[in-house]
Design a protein around this ligand. Structure first.
Ligand SMILES: Cc1cc2nc3c(=O)[nH]c(=O)nc-3n(C[C@H](O)[C@H](O)[C@H](O)COP(=O)(O)OP(=O)(O)OC[C@H]3O[C@@H](n4cnc5c(N)ncnc54)[C@H](O)[C@@H]3O)c2cc1C
Length: 440
């Protein structure tokens, strides 16, 4: 669990660490990195702007890219117990008819688990054994090796020197500006969607999606319930969830009980969580400051559209690889290791992001003809074909030792163009399943 801890206590615990690390954002990536560094004997200072532990509830389907992190953290069995295998995926027509059902276990089972879990349950798994965090706190400047911390209203909360500052503050990251990440590359679909929860009524291993003409309905199992996502163009969502769900009902002719329950869940929720469907990326993840190193991690480095369902999968993988590559590192090796990490991981994440953007072009188009063309294409294409680049990533897990061996001696930040030249770097091995952890 997250353990609320005063900032002074976290700073004191870190005083004699060989690397003083500050992680801004106790979300999925920040917590994963913090817990891995703790296992390496460090005491990273973890802060979050939120004031309570009330994680916004939504469902996540996690690709096998996360498995090695769970193994290394010793929580793989807890993860399996808190989640549910999603072994099948159905694609429905804009009228609601099932066009095809594919086996996700045949596609991904050889590489590891493909499970549904709620965000709250995932954070419980990742923080198993306890994870200190200072809430209601952020950073508004990093200069001369010192981070200036503030509370949510910008009132000073202290200053402290660090060797590494990690911006893991999510898709609307402020740390990008604080650390000088430069221009953002954003795809804005002009769509948003509500998230709600429904009772499971029959197929706890089945994820389903209905790509309509001007709406999207997704139903995803987590343990003992269903996560529902109902999206549409922003202008049409202005009518509110009840009116929009009613308009979707009118458009679905083949109303299966599960779809009906999903729409009813949106209608019944007094304040469903609204997710804006845009992504974001920055050109550089490693951003050396004056006298301190800094990086962006997770959605802050590259946020995802929902179309490939892999944002958290890549955020955990990135945090895991960074944690493994920082194991035993001294201050003077920091930049070289960070640069080597970026070289390997950024091209993997950007390739997954490109796949999700390609699917978004297919999904967020309106018109009957477009819907018909989409359905004809999807009827012929398997999930394997649609998620091809992502399956490739899953098949070739990055190898931290090989990545370290390629670390540039002078610590020059990664050259993005060079990094993108080969599709799968030599520091990625074809590695079907997660391996037993090395001793911490
Ligand atoms: C509805 C929904 C469904 C999704 N489904 C999937 C899925 O099926 N599969 C999948 O892999 N991914 C999915 N994702 C994406 C996934 O949730 C994200 O990619 C993942 O959470 C990224 O982790 P993160 O740690 O980078 O960011 P977050 O988990 O968003 O964490 C960021 C943290 O930073 C904190 N913070 C924000 N600003 C500041 C600040 N200025 N200072 C300090 N702290 C700050 C926040 O409070 C938060 O705790 C989904 C996302 C949503 C919204």
């Amino acid at each position: 669990m997250l353990i609320e801890t005063p900032l002074t206590a976290q700073l004191e615990a870190q005083r004699d660490d060989r690397l003083r690390v500050l992680i801004v954002g106790a979300g999925i990536a920040g917590i994963t990195l913090a817990q891995l560094l703790r296992r390496d004997g460090l005491h990273p200072v973890l802060i979050d702007r939120m004031t309570g532990h009330d994680h916004p509830g939504y469902m996540l389907a996690l690709m096998p890219t996360v498995d090695q992190a769970f193994v290394d953290l010793g929580v793989q069995e807890k993860y399996r117990a808190a989640s549910t295998p999603m072994t099948r995926y159905s694609f429905r027509s804009h009228r609601g008819k099932v066009l095809r059902t594919d086996s996700m276990s045949e596609l991904l089972g050889v590489y590891g688990d493909y499970n549904g879990i709620s965000r709250g349950a995932l954070i419980e798994v990742l923080t198993d054994g306890g994870c200190p965090v200072t809430l209601g706190t952020t950073v508004d400047a990093v200069a001369g090796g010192v981070a200036r911390l503030t509370d949510r209203s910008g009132r000073p909360a202290g200053e402290a020197a660090f060797d590494l500052v990690v911006g893991a503050d999510g898709i609307r990251s402020r740390m990008r500006d604080v650390l000088g990440a430069g221009a953002l590359d954003v795809v804005d679909t002009g769509w948003s969607g509500w998230v709600a929860w429904a009772e499971e009524i029959g197929s706890p291993d089945l994820g389903e999606e209905l790509w309509g003409d001007g709406f999207f309905l997704g139903v995803y199992p987590v343990k003992d319930r269903l996560g529902v996502f109902l999206g549409g163009p922003d202008a049409e969502l202005e009518a509110g969830p009840i009116a929009f769900a009613a308009s979707v009902r009118r458009r679905i002719q083949d109303m299966a009980p599960r779809l009906d329950a999903a729409l009813a869940a949106v209608e019944a929720d007094p304040a469903p969580y609204l997710w804006r469907l845009e992504d974001a990326g920055v050109a550089r993840w490693v951003l050396p400051q004056d006298a301190v190193q800094s990086v962006l991690l997770g959605d802050a480095a590259a946020g995802f559209l929902p179309t490939a369902g892999i944002g958290a999968g890549m955020a955990i993988e990135s945090a895991w690889l960074l944690g493994r590559m920082l194991a035993g590192a001294e201050r003077d090796a920091l930049l070289a290791r960070l640069s080597a990490w970026e070289t390997v991981e950024r091209q993997r994440v950007e390739s997954a992001q490109a796949n999700s953007r390609m699917l978004a072009r297919l999904m967020f188009r309106r018109g009957r003809l477009t819907a018909w063309l989409r359905e004809t294409t999807m009827r012929m294409l398997s999930v394997r074909a649609v998620l091809g680049p992502i399956v490739k990533l899953v098949a070739a897990r990055p190898d931290p030792d090989a990545a370290l061996a390629s670390a540039p001696r002078n610590g020059t930040p990664a050259d993005g163009a060079a990094a993108r030249r080969s599709e799968v770097p030599s520091s990625c091995a074809d590695s079907p399943r997660a391996e037993e952890p090395r001793s911490a």
